[in-house]
Design a protein around this ligand. Structure first.
Ligand code: SF4
Ligand code: SF4
Length: 299
């Protein structure tokens, strides 16, 4: 298998009921053009495979140190507290250290998979799809960043009678996005904020391409139901005016519905595994009452 025939996937989650109709299998693509500061899946952002180290699982260099001896790049050294430190500048993500680690403290995020390999897992749940109206949902990361793999996967899924959905941030070349949307039954489309400067500050990109693509999607594929979603992030877009602006922006576009997703901190623990800081560590999730008030605006 060459990487040309494969997509980089970091997780496949079966039995989901939140990401499209019925019971679904979610295929998480690795790589995202945005750098949302609150991202719950930091392992999804980088477009390459990536080494993760869980300090709590390491049994210690006094007892083990197998990874230090195994690394051909000398990227792992003793940290001085009976554990290891990784020089990520030297690491080439070869996976050798993860292979020798007896405690599974080292792990590579991301695996190249073919369409058939992904669908073999997806089809394990075919019986539940037909009963519930479920199917496959592409998520990420951003599936449109691997548009060729995404459309091939969805085309093949559809030819096997599997319902298809995609979760996208909408930041993509339109010609690539179009190839993918051709094979999609439902689109979940993130609109995080209408203020272009604020959008850039918190996500690293402007929202212009995202908004342009939403209009093109609804114009060129009017038969596809689009669910616009806003993750409500404290200190970024949790003001009533932020939500009203998005609600009003999409209200005249046919075939769109709108929902809010509450911010959570489930991804926080994964940042240190990747040697990164979680920039939202001081942000508190919104109260149930506040979420209810914002949902009332949307409803
Ligand atoms: S993935 Fe390879 S290069 Fe990176 S630390 Fe492990 S053994 Fe060394
Ligand atoms: S091989 Fe695993 S358990 Fe052993 S020192 Fe390295 S990270 Fe720790």
């Amino acid at each position: 298998m060459t990487h040309k025939d494969a997509g980089l996937v970091f997780n496949i989650q079966q039995f989901s009921v939140h990401d499209g109709p019925g019971i679904r299998t979610i295929v998480f693509f690795k790589g995202c053009p945005l750098r949302c500061q609150w991202c719950a899946n930091p392992e999804s952002q980088n477009q390459n495979t990536e080494l993760s180290f869980n300090y709590n699982k390491c049994i210690g260099t006094k007892e083990c140190a197998l990874c230090i001896k195994a690394c051909p790049e000398e990227a792992i050294a003793e940290s001085g507290d009976n554990s290891i430190k990784i020089n990520r500048e030297l690491c080439v993500n070869c996976n050798i250290c993860a292979g020798v680690c007896p405690a599974k403290a080292l792990e590579i995020f991301g695996r190249f998979m073919t369409v058939n390999e992904v669908l073999k897992i997806v089809e394990e749940d075919s019986v539940f799809y037909s009963r519930s109206g479920g199917g496959i949902t592409l998520s990420g990361g951003e599936p449109l960043m691997q548009a060729d793999f995404a459309w091939q996967l969805l085309k093949e899924a559809k030819s096997r009678g599997i319902n298809t959905a995609i979760e996208t941030c909408g930041y993509a070349n339109w010609d690539n996005a179009k190839k993918v949307f051709k094979y999609v039954n439902t689109v979940f489309y993130d609109i995080k904020c209408l203020d272009a400067d604020k959008h850039k500050q918190f996500t690293s990109v402007s929202n212009k391409i995202i908004l342009d693509n939403l209009e093109k999607l609804c114009r060129e594929f009017p038969h596809i139901p689009v669910i616009v979603r806003t993750p409500v992030i404290p200190g970024f877009n949790d003001g009533a005016e932020d939500i009203i602006a998005i609600r009003d922006y999409i209200k005249n576009i046919p075939n769109i519905s709108y929902e809010l997703l509450a911010y959570h901190r489930f991804g926080e623990s994964k940042y240190p595994y990747l040697g990164r800081d979680y920039l939202f560590k001081d942000a508190e999730p919104l109260s149930q009452e506040r979420i209810k008030q914002l949902k009332a605006i949307v409803e």
